[in-house]
Structure formats: structure tokens, C-alpha cells
Write a new protein. Structure first.
Length: 155
């Protein structure tokens, strides 16, 4: 098989993992926010942190590597508008994702502490959750825009 097709397939699969894992994490974390059961919240937070390490992180590393290789081999100009736009959207998504990972870890720790001490969740949990939720939107919109740019390659 042609190496170009292998790299392109890896690029598509890793983009799908990045997007799909993000949606799945968001679904379960948001859903867990509306339960009063701290164990359910903790289960979701633990799964979210684990999914980011296992799926999102490797996909986020593969995306720019395979993308750069594809640009190089395809002969596109690195400064084509659609490519520069995709770099910006990816950087924004990454800039949102890094604090989101930290927040997810903090949410998990707060839940563990509340369960251990048998206390209600502190206001900090709710504030951090809201920040987590808000940071997810630019990342989500950015990835959708990148899909559009990759498919359409507008000039």
C-alpha cells in the first residue's frame, strides 16, 4: 500500500478519535453534572480523564504530525488560506483543551475529596465545571471548522 494513503488514513482516524472522544467526554461529563450521586459524577470524571490520556492525547499528537506530512507530500503551499485557518483553529482547540484536562483532573480530585469526607461539593466544583463547559465550545466549533476546511479545501 502507498505510504501516502497510510498516513492519510491515520490522519482521518486520529481526527475522528479526537472529535468523537471529545463529544463522548462532553456528553458523559455534562450528563453527570445533573445527578446528585457523587459516585456517578466520580465515575464519569475518572473515565473522562482516562479517555483523554488514552485517546485524545495521542490523537492530538498525531494530527499535526500526519497533517504536516500530508501537506508536504501533497504539494500544497503551507500558507494556503484553508491550511493557515486550520492551523489557527487547531491551536485554539488545543489552547482550550489543555486547561480542560487540568480542570477535569481537579473535578475528579474534588469529587474524591467530597466522597472521602462525606461533604457536599464545594462551589469551586461548580465554577470549574462551568469553565470546563465553556472552553469546550470553541474547541468543538474549531474542530468542525477544520473538518469543513479539510473536505472543501476552499481557495
Amino acid at each position: 500500500m502507498d505510504i501516502y494513503l497510510i498516513i492519510k488514513t491515520l490522519h482521518i482516524i486520529s481526527s475522528t478519535i479526537l472529535f468523537g472522544t471529545g463529544l463522548g467526554i462532553a456528553f458523559f461529563m455534562v450528563r453527570s453534572y445533573f445527578t446528585h450521586d457523587l459516585y456517578e459524577k466520580l465515575y464519569s470524571a475518572r473515565g473522562t480523564v482516562l479517555a483523554d490520556y488514552i485517546f485524545t492525547f495521542p490523537a492530538a499528537i498525531l494530527q499535526p504530525l500526519t497533517g504536516a506530512w500530508l501537506v508536504w507530500k501533497s504539494g500544497y503551499a503551507w500558507t494556503d488560506y484553508w491550511l493557515v485557518s486550520s492551523y489557527v483553529f487547531f491551536a485554539v482547540a488545543g489552547a482550550c483543551w489543555l486547561p480542560v484536562v487540568w480542570i477535569q483532573i481537579k473535578l475528579k480530585q474534588i469529587l474524591e475529596q467530597s466522597i472521602k469526607n462525606q461533604t457536599m461539593l464545594p462551589q469551586r466544583y461548580h465554577r470549574l465545571f462551568k469553565v470546563w463547559f465553556l472552553l469546550g465550545w470553541p474547541a468543538f466549533i474549531g474542530l468542525v471548522a477544520i473538518f469543513f476546511l479539510m473536505v472543501g479545501k476552499p481557495v
